[in-house]
Design a protein around this ligand. Structure first.
Ligand code: ACO
Length: 326
Protein backbone atom coordinates (compact mmCIF):
# COMPACT_ATOMS: atom_id res chain seq x y z
CA UNK A 1 0.00 0.00 0.00
CA UNK A 2 1.40 3.39 -1.02
CA UNK A 3 1.55 6.00 1.75
CA UNK A 4 0.35 9.58 1.94
CA UNK A 5 1.68 12.54 3.90
CA UNK A 6 0.55 16.13 4.26
CA UNK A 7 3.78 18.01 3.64
CA UNK A 8 2.68 21.65 3.73
CA UNK A 9 -0.19 23.95 4.58
CA UNK A 10 -1.23 27.50 3.80
CA UNK A 11 -4.16 29.85 4.25
CA UNK A 12 -5.53 33.20 3.17
CA UNK A 13 -8.38 35.41 4.37
CA UNK A 14 -9.61 38.79 3.13
CA UNK A 15 -8.27 41.84 5.02
CA UNK A 16 -11.72 43.27 5.73
CA UNK A 17 -13.33 42.16 8.97
CA UNK A 18 -16.81 42.74 10.34
CA UNK A 19 -17.46 42.35 14.05
CA UNK A 20 -20.74 41.36 15.70
CA UNK A 21 -21.46 44.94 16.72
CA UNK A 22 -21.41 46.02 13.07
CA UNK A 23 -24.06 43.41 12.26
CA UNK A 24 -26.51 45.07 14.63
CA UNK A 25 -26.86 47.82 12.01
CA UNK A 26 -28.17 45.23 9.54
CA UNK A 27 -30.39 42.90 11.57
CA UNK A 28 -31.94 42.71 15.03
CA UNK A 29 -29.18 40.92 16.89
CA UNK A 30 -26.53 41.56 19.51
CA UNK A 31 -22.90 40.77 20.14
CA UNK A 32 -24.04 38.88 23.24
CA UNK A 33 -26.51 36.66 21.29
CA UNK A 34 -23.98 35.78 18.60
CA UNK A 35 -21.10 35.19 21.01
CA UNK A 36 -22.99 33.03 23.48
CA UNK A 37 -24.87 30.97 20.82
CA UNK A 38 -21.98 30.50 18.39
CA UNK A 39 -18.63 31.68 19.77
CA UNK A 40 -18.18 33.92 16.72
CA UNK A 41 -16.89 37.47 17.36
CA UNK A 42 -15.96 38.59 13.85
CA UNK A 43 -15.64 37.33 10.30
CA UNK A 44 -13.62 38.29 7.21
CA UNK A 45 -15.43 39.49 4.10
CA UNK A 46 -14.21 39.38 0.50
CA UNK A 47 -14.47 42.75 -1.23
CA UNK A 48 -15.91 42.94 -4.76
CA UNK A 49 -12.41 42.99 -6.27
CA UNK A 50 -11.47 39.73 -4.51
CA UNK A 51 -12.30 36.34 -5.96
CA UNK A 52 -12.52 32.75 -4.79
CA UNK A 53 -9.66 31.80 -7.09
CA UNK A 54 -7.41 34.63 -5.82
CA UNK A 55 -7.94 33.59 -2.18
CA UNK A 56 -7.40 29.93 -3.11
CA UNK A 57 -4.23 30.81 -5.02
CA UNK A 58 -2.80 32.82 -2.11
CA UNK A 59 -3.36 29.89 0.28
CA UNK A 60 -1.88 27.50 -2.28
CA UNK A 61 1.35 29.50 -2.72
CA UNK A 62 1.99 29.11 1.02
CA UNK A 63 1.21 25.39 1.05
CA UNK A 64 3.48 24.73 -1.94
CA UNK A 65 6.32 26.72 -0.35
CA UNK A 66 5.86 24.90 2.98
CA UNK A 67 6.02 21.54 1.18
CA UNK A 68 9.26 22.62 -0.52
CA UNK A 69 8.02 21.86 -4.02
CA UNK A 70 7.24 23.94 -7.10
CA UNK A 71 3.84 24.52 -8.68
CA UNK A 72 5.11 22.69 -11.76
CA UNK A 73 5.60 19.55 -9.63
CA UNK A 74 1.86 19.27 -8.98
CA UNK A 75 -0.01 16.41 -10.66
CA UNK A 76 -3.49 17.23 -9.40
CA UNK A 77 -5.31 20.26 -7.96
CA UNK A 78 -8.57 19.66 -6.11
CA UNK A 79 -10.59 22.70 -5.14
CA UNK A 80 -13.28 21.99 -2.55
CA UNK A 81 -15.78 24.81 -2.76
CA UNK A 82 -19.47 25.57 -3.00
CA UNK A 83 -18.88 29.15 -4.15
CA UNK A 84 -16.75 29.06 -7.31
CA UNK A 85 -16.21 32.23 -9.32
CA UNK A 86 -17.67 30.29 -12.21
CA UNK A 87 -20.27 27.51 -12.01
CA UNK A 88 -18.16 25.50 -14.46
CA UNK A 89 -15.50 25.41 -11.74
CA UNK A 90 -12.62 27.55 -10.48
CA UNK A 91 -9.85 24.97 -10.02
CA UNK A 92 -8.48 25.59 -13.54
CA UNK A 93 -8.21 29.32 -12.81
CA UNK A 94 -6.18 28.47 -9.71
CA UNK A 95 -4.02 26.17 -11.83
CA UNK A 96 -3.37 29.03 -14.27
CA UNK A 97 -2.65 31.55 -11.50
CA UNK A 98 -0.15 29.13 -9.93
CA UNK A 99 1.44 28.17 -13.24
CA UNK A 100 0.88 24.52 -12.38
CA UNK A 101 1.17 23.51 -16.01
CA UNK A 102 1.49 19.75 -15.41
CA UNK A 103 -1.52 19.43 -13.10
CA UNK A 104 -5.07 18.43 -13.89
CA UNK A 105 -7.51 20.53 -11.88
CA UNK A 106 -11.15 20.22 -10.95
CA UNK A 107 -13.66 21.33 -8.32
CA UNK A 108 -15.26 19.12 -5.71
CA UNK A 109 -18.45 20.10 -3.92
CA UNK A 110 -19.42 18.76 -0.53
CA UNK A 111 -20.22 22.01 1.33
CA UNK A 112 -18.57 22.18 4.76
CA UNK A 113 -17.39 18.57 4.40
CA UNK A 114 -15.52 19.46 1.20
CA UNK A 115 -12.03 19.49 2.68
CA UNK A 116 -12.34 16.05 4.31
CA UNK A 117 -13.99 14.59 1.19
CA UNK A 118 -11.20 16.14 -0.88
CA UNK A 119 -8.52 14.71 1.40
CA UNK A 120 -9.91 11.22 0.95
CA UNK A 121 -10.28 11.71 -2.82
CA UNK A 122 -6.71 12.98 -3.14
CA UNK A 123 -5.50 10.03 -1.08
CA UNK A 124 -7.04 7.53 -3.51
CA UNK A 125 -5.06 8.97 -6.43
CA UNK A 126 -1.86 8.73 -4.40
CA UNK A 127 -2.61 5.25 -2.99
CA UNK A 128 -3.18 3.86 -6.47
CA UNK A 129 0.12 5.33 -7.67
CA UNK A 130 -1.58 7.55 -10.25
CA UNK A 131 -0.34 10.87 -8.81
CA UNK A 132 2.43 11.80 -6.36
CA UNK A 133 1.90 15.50 -5.65
CA UNK A 134 -1.59 16.81 -4.97
CA UNK A 135 -2.73 20.29 -3.96
CA UNK A 136 -6.00 20.27 -2.02
CA UNK A 137 -7.72 23.58 -1.36
CA UNK A 138 -10.81 24.31 0.71
CA UNK A 139 -12.16 27.78 -0.07
CA UNK A 140 -15.48 29.55 0.17
CA UNK A 141 -16.93 33.05 -0.10
CA UNK A 142 -20.30 32.48 1.52
CA UNK A 143 -20.79 36.21 2.15
CA UNK A 144 -21.88 36.38 -1.50
CA UNK A 145 -24.66 33.85 -0.91
CA UNK A 146 -26.24 34.83 2.39
CA UNK A 147 -29.27 37.01 2.81
CA UNK A 148 -27.89 39.93 4.85
CA UNK A 149 -31.41 40.56 6.14
CA UNK A 150 -31.71 37.03 7.60
CA UNK A 151 -30.31 37.09 11.13
CA UNK A 152 -30.55 33.28 11.42
CA UNK A 153 -27.77 32.84 8.86
CA UNK A 154 -25.93 36.10 8.11
CA UNK A 155 -24.22 36.21 11.51
CA UNK A 156 -22.63 32.78 11.03
CA UNK A 157 -20.50 32.86 7.91
CA UNK A 158 -17.18 34.31 6.79
CA UNK A 159 -14.82 34.02 3.83
CA UNK A 160 -11.46 32.29 3.54
CA UNK A 161 -9.23 29.66 1.99
CA UNK A 162 -6.88 26.96 3.23
CA UNK A 163 -4.68 24.55 1.32
CA UNK A 164 -2.48 21.51 1.88
CA UNK A 165 -0.03 19.59 -0.26
CA UNK A 166 -0.35 15.81 -0.09
CA UNK A 167 2.50 13.68 -1.33
CA UNK A 168 3.31 10.03 -1.82
CA UNK A 169 5.34 8.92 1.18
CA UNK A 170 7.03 5.78 2.50
CA UNK A 171 5.30 6.18 5.85
CA UNK A 172 1.54 6.37 5.52
CA UNK A 173 0.16 9.26 7.57
CA UNK A 174 -3.48 8.97 6.62
CA UNK A 175 -4.40 6.46 9.31
CA UNK A 176 -8.15 6.15 8.83
CA UNK A 177 -11.19 7.84 7.38
CA UNK A 178 -14.96 7.53 6.99
CA UNK A 179 -17.39 9.48 4.83
CA UNK A 180 -21.18 9.63 4.90
CA UNK A 181 -24.08 11.44 3.29
CA UNK A 182 -27.84 11.49 3.74
CA UNK A 183 -29.71 13.27 0.98
CA UNK A 184 -33.05 12.60 2.66
CA UNK A 185 -32.11 15.41 5.08
CA UNK A 186 -31.02 17.77 2.29
CA UNK A 187 -33.81 20.27 2.99
CA UNK A 188 -32.22 21.35 6.30
CA UNK A 189 -29.44 23.31 4.60
CA UNK A 190 -29.60 24.64 1.07
CA UNK A 191 -28.18 27.13 -1.37
CA UNK A 192 -30.87 26.19 -3.82
CA UNK A 193 -31.46 26.81 -7.47
CA UNK A 194 -34.46 29.13 -7.83
CA UNK A 195 -35.94 28.51 -11.25
CA UNK A 196 -38.03 31.10 -13.01
CA UNK A 197 -39.90 29.75 -16.00
CA UNK A 198 -39.87 31.39 -19.41
CA UNK A 199 -41.56 30.27 -22.61
CA UNK A 200 -38.78 29.82 -25.16
CA UNK A 201 -40.94 29.02 -28.16
CA UNK A 202 -44.68 28.36 -28.04
CA UNK A 203 -45.30 25.28 -25.86
CA UNK A 204 -41.70 24.87 -24.62
CA UNK A 205 -40.76 26.30 -21.24
CA UNK A 206 -37.24 26.46 -19.86
CA UNK A 207 -36.04 27.86 -16.56
CA UNK A 208 -33.60 30.66 -16.00
CA UNK A 209 -30.87 30.00 -13.48
CA UNK A 210 -30.54 31.97 -10.28
CA UNK A 211 -29.93 30.88 -6.71
CA UNK A 212 -31.72 31.57 -3.47
CA UNK A 213 -29.61 32.67 -0.49
CA UNK A 214 -28.58 30.08 2.11
CA UNK A 215 -31.47 28.66 4.11
CA UNK A 216 -30.83 26.60 7.20
CA UNK A 217 -32.75 24.85 9.92
CA UNK A 218 -30.17 25.61 12.60
CA UNK A 219 -31.65 23.38 15.26
CA UNK A 220 -31.75 20.32 12.98
CA UNK A 221 -28.20 20.90 11.74
CA UNK A 222 -27.05 21.31 15.33
CA UNK A 223 -28.71 18.05 16.37
CA UNK A 224 -27.31 16.25 13.33
CA UNK A 225 -23.77 17.50 14.02
CA UNK A 226 -23.54 16.55 17.68
CA UNK A 227 -24.88 13.07 16.95
CA UNK A 228 -23.11 12.16 13.70
CA UNK A 229 -19.70 13.78 14.17
CA UNK A 230 -18.67 11.76 17.27
CA UNK A 231 -19.91 8.58 15.53
CA UNK A 232 -17.88 9.16 12.39
CA UNK A 233 -14.74 10.10 14.31
CA UNK A 234 -15.13 6.86 16.30
CA UNK A 235 -15.46 4.96 13.03
CA UNK A 236 -12.33 6.54 11.55
CA UNK A 237 -10.39 5.92 14.79
CA UNK A 238 -11.49 2.27 14.72
CA UNK A 239 -10.21 1.99 11.15
CA UNK A 240 -6.94 3.58 12.25
CA UNK A 241 -6.79 1.09 15.11
CA UNK A 242 -6.36 3.96 17.57
CA UNK A 243 -8.07 4.74 20.85
CA UNK A 244 -9.33 8.28 21.38
CA UNK A 245 -6.65 9.07 23.99
CA UNK A 246 -4.03 8.87 21.19
CA UNK A 247 -5.58 11.92 19.49
CA UNK A 248 -3.44 15.03 20.01
CA UNK A 249 -5.78 17.47 18.24
CA UNK A 250 -9.49 17.53 17.53
CA UNK A 251 -9.99 19.66 14.43
CA UNK A 252 -13.64 20.09 13.55
CA UNK A 253 -15.32 22.14 10.89
CA UNK A 254 -15.68 25.53 12.58
CA UNK A 255 -19.46 26.03 12.59
CA UNK A 256 -20.34 26.69 16.20
CA UNK A 257 -18.28 26.64 19.40
CA UNK A 258 -21.12 24.81 21.17
CA UNK A 259 -20.98 22.02 18.57
CA UNK A 260 -17.19 21.80 18.97
CA UNK A 261 -17.48 21.58 22.76
CA UNK A 262 -20.34 19.07 22.69
CA UNK A 263 -18.46 16.78 20.27
CA UNK A 264 -15.27 16.98 22.34
CA UNK A 265 -17.26 16.14 25.45
CA UNK A 266 -18.99 13.15 23.82
CA UNK A 267 -15.63 11.82 22.66
CA UNK A 268 -14.03 12.57 26.03
CA UNK A 269 -11.36 14.76 24.42
CA UNK A 270 -10.15 17.51 26.79
CA UNK A 271 -10.52 21.16 25.71
CA UNK A 272 -6.75 21.75 25.53
CA UNK A 273 -6.65 19.32 22.57
CA UNK A 274 -9.36 21.20 20.67
CA UNK A 275 -8.42 23.57 17.84
CA UNK A 276 -10.77 26.52 17.41
CA UNK A 277 -10.49 29.80 15.51
CA UNK A 278 -14.20 30.34 15.06
CA UNK A 279 -14.15 33.58 17.08
CA UNK A 280 -12.00 35.27 14.42
CA UNK A 281 -13.44 33.89 11.19
CA UNK A 282 -16.93 32.43 11.71
CA UNK A 283 -17.97 29.50 9.54
CA UNK A 284 -15.81 29.54 6.41
CA UNK A 285 -17.35 26.31 5.07
CA UNK A 286 -14.84 24.19 3.10
CA UNK A 287 -12.00 26.50 4.23
CA UNK A 288 -12.48 26.13 7.96
CA UNK A 289 -10.47 22.94 8.58
CA UNK A 290 -7.39 23.79 6.48
CA UNK A 291 -7.46 27.40 7.74
CA UNK A 292 -7.50 26.27 11.39
CA UNK A 293 -4.90 23.58 10.66
CA UNK A 294 -2.54 26.05 9.01
CA UNK A 295 -2.84 28.51 11.89
CA UNK A 296 -2.20 25.76 14.45
CA UNK A 297 0.87 24.60 12.49
CA UNK A 298 2.27 28.13 12.14
CA UNK A 299 1.63 28.82 15.84
CA UNK A 300 3.72 25.74 16.63
CA UNK A 301 0.80 23.97 18.30
CA UNK A 302 0.75 21.04 15.89
CA UNK A 303 4.11 19.28 16.02
CA UNK A 304 5.60 16.58 13.78
CA UNK A 305 4.01 13.17 14.46
CA UNK A 306 0.99 14.64 16.26
CA UNK A 307 -2.24 12.76 15.52
CA UNK A 308 -5.11 14.89 14.29
CA UNK A 309 -8.76 13.84 14.17
CA UNK A 310 -10.47 16.09 11.63
CA UNK A 311 -14.17 16.10 10.85
CA UNK A 312 -16.29 18.11 8.44
CA UNK A 313 -20.08 18.23 8.37
CA UNK A 314 -22.74 20.22 6.62
CA UNK A 315 -25.01 20.56 3.66
CA UNK A 316 -25.94 17.47 1.67
CA UNK A 317 -26.19 16.44 4.38
CA UNK A 318 -22.60 15.22 4.35
CA UNK A 319 -20.14 14.36 7.09
CA UNK A 320 -16.75 12.74 7.27
CA UNK A 321 -13.67 12.22 9.41
CA UNK A 322 -10.00 11.69 8.68
CA UNK A 323 -7.33 10.68 11.17
CA UNK A 324 -3.85 11.74 10.09
CA UNK A 325 -0.42 12.13 11.53
CA UNK A 326 1.35 15.44 10.95
N1 ACO B 1 -29.70 37.33 16.76
C1 ACO B 1 -30.68 37.36 17.66
N2 ACO B 1 -31.65 36.43 17.72
C2 ACO B 1 -31.62 35.45 16.82
C3 ACO B 1 -30.63 35.37 15.82
C4 ACO B 1 -29.64 36.36 15.81
N3 ACO B 1 -28.63 36.39 14.91
N4 ACO B 1 -30.86 34.28 15.06
C5 ACO B 1 -31.95 33.69 15.56
N5 ACO B 1 -32.43 34.40 16.62
C6 ACO B 1 -33.59 34.13 17.44
C7 ACO B 1 -34.57 33.21 16.77
O1 ACO B 1 -35.43 33.93 15.92
C8 ACO B 1 -35.30 32.61 17.96
O2 ACO B 1 -36.26 33.54 18.42
P1 ACO B 1 -37.72 33.04 18.85
O3 ACO B 1 -37.46 32.11 20.01
O4 ACO B 1 -38.40 34.30 19.19
O5 ACO B 1 -38.27 32.33 17.64
C9 ACO B 1 -34.21 32.54 19.03
O6 ACO B 1 -33.17 33.43 18.61
C10 ACO B 1 -33.62 31.14 19.17
O7 ACO B 1 -33.30 30.66 17.89
P2 ACO B 1 -32.76 29.21 17.67
O8 ACO B 1 -32.69 28.91 16.23
O9 ACO B 1 -33.51 28.27 18.56
O10 ACO B 1 -31.29 29.36 18.25
P3 ACO B 1 -30.23 28.24 18.52
O11 ACO B 1 -29.87 28.26 19.93
O12 ACO B 1 -30.61 26.95 17.88
O13 ACO B 1 -28.96 28.81 17.72
C11 ACO B 1 -27.76 28.50 15.67
C12 ACO B 1 -29.04 29.01 16.33
C13 ACO B 1 -26.60 29.29 16.20
C14 ACO B 1 -27.88 28.70 14.16
C15 ACO B 1 -27.57 27.01 16.00
O14 ACO B 1 -28.77 26.32 15.80
C16 ACO B 1 -26.50 26.36 15.17
O15 ACO B 1 -25.33 26.68 15.27
N6 ACO B 1 -26.85 25.39 14.35
C17 ACO B 1 -25.90 24.69 13.51
C18 ACO B 1 -25.51 25.46 12.32
C19 ACO B 1 -24.37 24.78 11.64
O16 ACO B 1 -23.57 24.12 12.25
N7 ACO B 1 -24.24 24.88 10.36
C20 ACO B 1 -23.10 24.16 9.78
C21 ACO B 1 -23.28 23.79 8.51
S1 ACO B 1 -22.95 25.11 7.44
C22 ACO B 1 -22.70 24.47 5.88
O17 ACO B 1 -22.69 23.29 5.64
C23 ACO B 1 -22.57 25.48 4.77
Amino acid sequence: KLGIAITGSGSAVPDTSLDNQALTALVETSDDWITTRTGIRQRRLALPAESLSSLATAASHQAIAAAGIKATDLDLILLATSTPDDLFGSACQVQAQLGATKAVAFDLTAACSGFVFGLVTAAQYIRTGVYQNVLLIGADILSRWVDWQDRRTCVLFGDGAGAVVLQASKSDRLLGFALKSDGSQNHHLNLAYAPSSQELVPGIHVTKGTYQPISMNGKEVYRFAIQKVPEIIDKALFQANLSVDKVDWLLLHQANQRIIEAVAQRLDIPQHKVISNLASYGNTSAASIPLALDEAVRQGKVQPNDIIAASGFGAGLTWGAAIFQW
